[in-house]
Ligand binder design. Sequence first.
Ligand code: FAD
Length: 483
Amino acid sequence: MTTKARKTPGIFKPTVAIIGGGLSGSLVAIQLLRQARKPIRILLIERDDLPGRGVAYRDQPECHRLNVRAEAMSAYADQPDHFLNWLNEQYSPCHPVGTSEFLPRRIYGAYIESLLDAASRDARPGVTLEVRTDEVVGLVEAPHAMTLHLLDQRRLRADLVVLACGNPGPADPKLPNAGALTGRSYVGQAWSTPGLYAVRPDEDLLLIGSGLTALDWLVSLATRGHRGRIELISRRGLLPHPHRPAPPHKLSFDPQALPPNLRLHLRALRKEVTSVSATNGDWRSVIDALRPHTQALWLHFSEREQRRFLRHLRPYWEVHRHRAAPSVMATVDTLMRQGQMRLRAGRLIDLHEADERLNVRVRLRGKNEVSEFCVDRVINCTGPECDYRRLDHPLIVSLREQGLISADSLGLGLTTNSFGALCTQDGTASTRLFTLGPPRKGQLWETTAVPEIRVQAQALARYLLEQSVVQVTPQPIHQAAWA
Ligand SMILES: Cc1cc2nc3c(=O)[nH]c(=O)nc-3n(C[C@H](O)[C@H](O)[C@H](O)COP(=O)(O)OP(=O)(O)OC[C@H]3O[C@@H](n4cnc5c(N)ncnc54)[C@H](O)[C@@H]3O)c2cc1C
């Protein structure tokens, strides 16, 4: 990352601090740099990776693919071909990339990083970006500013703060013998590449969870010539469906005009799928046609209906909506056909170390049966723990204890207003603290993929720039720097 701050001495300018340099934080920074007409100081603080990468797009194996075609991954909603043009003009001019390719995710990280560089270079005078590698471990609000506490004890003053911490790691399974989860044979953070490289080819493995993270592991293991047995368990034993060509479809009903009743919506959806299938169409076209309505529908449903969705439909929705690249699913099919991998519906109920291996007990779904077997390593692929009432990162604890954030009632994220301003525990929307992307899941449901995050980033940047003019007490730049 070559971004450098260009200081303009003597100019008064507000500071916007962005905590987290994953996709969300980087897109907000890019949008601020592009939209700002007056001097502003943007601080992007990322604890471990190059900015623009986050958990999804960091430097990882080539076989970790985007689960969306390249044509739908532009960073800018108003320039749909931007990613494709970048690929063909800057990244790979000699080997043109097709619109429907599922590219390695690390290429997408390189794309976002290059946009950050370009936006910083092209910003108007006085509009500056500083990228810091550090971890924010606390945040305190004073009447006219926020103070960020960093891991290395330093403090940083900011006028406005964007919490872009994204996807927290998964929660450990609740087991009677939690000690078994502290050893080297348990990989609690499945997104960590070192965890993958520690696996020997002949190890028998248990993967908990069968979503897209488990698929990442399966393709990596297959690519590395893994020979050991691989057991997968998840509550329902479902795998994501593969993408297939599915022409755009116009729904024959207006989902937003239906009463906010889950059963009615499910019935209408099933009817639509039946009618599309009758004309040799594909259910994927129907699911994709619903996508532009998903946020509005979620807001339309009462909390009771949302809970019913989470309890009964969520796993089925996830495997239809979050599909995998065809090449990934072909690899998984081969592993299953060859008998190297087995997927079962069940719940891990016990884990014990036995003769340098792990003895596993799984209660199988719908059966009064416990399956017991031994593996060399257990990998937690259950996805992010989104319940902010339970997260124990010091920054989140600090915000929670001051009442500056409140977990949404579904335990999926944080309460925000329509601009992404975080709501305090008494329900007041902050004028200084904002978020976007994954933490807004409880409120918007569809908020974790690129098409939603890019729109939120653009709108939030516009709002922050307006706020910074209206709300911020100007500070000379030398006072606004490290306190
Ligand atoms: C494995 C995976 C694959 C995906 N594939 C696709 C895809 O193909 N297409 C698609 O549209 N979407 C995809 N998504 C969804 C989406 O793009 C991601 O959810 C995206 O990563 C969200 O970005 P984020 O910046 O909000 O969160 P994150 O990616 O989690 O980034 C947050 C960043 O904040 C940093 N951070 C956290 N706390 C602190 C702190 N206290 N101080 C400093 N830094 C901190 C972290 O180190 C991290 O880099 C994928 C998601 C995952 C997890």
